[in-house]
Design a protein around this ligand. Sequence first.
Ligand SMILES: O=C(O)CCC(=O)C(=O)O
Length: 275
Amino acid sequence: MPDHDLQDYLFDLRGYHVIKQAISAELLEELNTSYDRFPSLNYGQWWGNVQRLDNNGAAGTELQNIVEAGKPFEMLIDHPAWIDRLQTYCGENGSHLSGLFLDECFASVRRTGGFFPMHSGNHEGLVRTQYRYVNGRFACGQVNILLAISDIGPGDGGTRVLPGSHKSSFIHPACAAPYAERAALEDEIVDGAIEIHLEAGDALMFVDAICHGATRRTNPGERRVAIYRYGPSWGRTRHGFVYSDALLERVTPAQRKILQPMQPRRPNESRKLEA
Ligand SMILES: O=C(O)CCC(=O)C(=O)O
């Protein structure tokens, strides 16, 4: 009989879980200071090994590969508030491939008017983002951590999820119109979807196969989140980012294993031979 607790049960049922006060007040403050100091970048512009690459123009400013932006972001790689669950949910736990890979990480800043049309869902049948539980083990393709750096309440442009849609057979009728058309909508109504309100420091963990997006921000000011997407150790980064040697050298061995689960094998480079 597998030993699953309430969190596992609800994660399986709904496809998401909220971790209250996941990070310390100190780390939250350091992250906010980092956001205050982000340079103003044009779309596509680089800042070291970080690039502004907004995935969805309406959603706001997204600084990709944010793990390269300093210690506070490095501390999120294997944060104790989520890393063990991630290993269980999408780390091919207990197999010869056991381990995680951080395949995307970005800082998102959403200002008034910004929103993210609902997307994803099990009906897509994608391997990379799938929800899967098989032979007594979770075997998801991608599980995300969305960490609130600012409070996210009504009107703040919060994340929406459609509970259970990580197992749905059909696309939600409200999501059937082309994405570009829906991106132009003033208000997107998706019956059954719920908006997740978070306090700064809370984290939303969700399997990417859940249909998700974000409501329009109507309040002044900005919503700040960091999104880290994890998958099995054999993955590759979503946009082709390559973690820098400097980063790989300065992080802890456990963090390096998540950034580079497999050391590259090249001729004339010393590498311990596996038995
Ligand atoms: O910004 C959000 O709250 C949702 C982000 C999202 O849907 C995504 O990154 O796929």
